[in-house]
Design a protein around this ligand. Sequence first.
Ligand SMILES: [Zn+2]
Length: 90
Amino acid sequence: MFQCPHCGKPAITALKKTVLGPGVPVACQSCGKSVKIAYPAWIKAALPGVLVMVAALFFESDLLVYGLSTVGLALMIALHLWWAPLVKEE
Ligand SMILES: [Zn+2]
């Protein structure tokens, strides 16, 4: 669970945060106020995974292409969860 910037209580689950984008505020489970992910943090968290996936396109081997694409996707989701903090939707 991720902490709500309004009330400090658990706001959303990891699964919900994974699909949460910067333009899509959701209601906190505890207080009902809207929370979202800040745009610069979202870009920063997505970038390393995107770079890995782009790098995968330059390999001839199918195994490397699929392997790196999977790693890139996993990296995107992991960094999104760790780096992109929840902020108040004003
Ligand atoms: Zn809250």
